[in-house]
Design a protein around this ligand. Structure first.
Ligand SMILES: [Zn+2]
Length: 225
């Protein structure tokens, strides 16, 4: 992948640093059941987060910062998380950003950021670390729902995502419960209906691996693909 660099000044401490800027990537493959994009966009995941080398501020856009983020970044919990040996380096950056988002009340986004950390862990086959990140995501989303924060388009799609996260955690009963809750409606859109079927099939064979929408019949119209 061709990369350029960009000079960015940190919104928290003002330090200027260079960051790689990946070439534009689209999503040509279908996404996963947990919404992780297909390739080639999928491979750009490590570029979705930046860390200021001076103060440790991590965010998708570090030139700007929430007014309440400063004390979080300075906290021992945050600074320890930056080098938590249980997680790959990039996962720590996503988790740190999730800590900030959680503290400023953006719980749905905190959950997604924890999911990004989980995907980094998946890519480095850090299974326990990935599980911790998925639990973080579920906690943040659940806390967000209590406050009326949606983390996806509809209740049904939220249940599908929650089901998939439980399945990836090996929590097949919880996964099935979420599947049932999400698919009980009368007029489920076709795509979602197919996704729930795929999810159930994976749960039935206790498969905790990646579930891709490319395995859906509707994406498999070309023979031999
Ligand atoms: Zn900084």
């Amino acid at each position: 992948m061709r990369t350029d660099t960009q000079l960015i000044s940190c919104g928290n401490c003002g330090a200027e640093s260079r960051f790689p800027a990946p070439a534009h990537a689209e999503e040509r493959e279908p996404p996963d059941l947990d919404t992780r994009p297909g390739e080639p966009l999928r491979a750009t995941l490590p570029f979705w987060i930046k860390r200021c080398p001076a103060c440790g501020y991590c965010a998708d856009e570090i030139h700007t910062v929430h007014e309440q983020a400063g004390p979080v970044i300075d906290s021992q919990v945050y600074q320890n998380q930056l080098s938590d040996a249980r997680f790959p380096e990039k996962a720590n950056e996503f988790i740190c950003y999730a800590l900030i988002l959680e503290r400023v009340g953006q719980l749905a986004d905190a959950g997604w950021t924890a999911m990004h950390a989980a995907w980094i862990c998946d890519d480095s086959a850090s299974l326990e670390a990935a599980a911790l990140c998925r639990q973080m995501a579920l906690r943040a989303w659940s806390a967000g729902k209590v406050q009326g924060q949606a983390f996806h388009e509809t209740h049904e799609s939220e249940f599908l995502i929650v089901s998939d996260v439980h399945r990836r955690l090996g929590e097949f009963e919880h996964a099935l419960t979420a599947c049932n809750l999400g698919s009980e409606g009368e007029d489920l859109p076709d795509l979602l209906d197919h996704c729930f079927r795929l999810e159930r099939a994976l749960i039935a064979r206790k498969d905790a691996g990646r579930g891709s929408l490319r395995d859906l019949a509707i994406f498999n119209t070309s023979a031999g693909d």
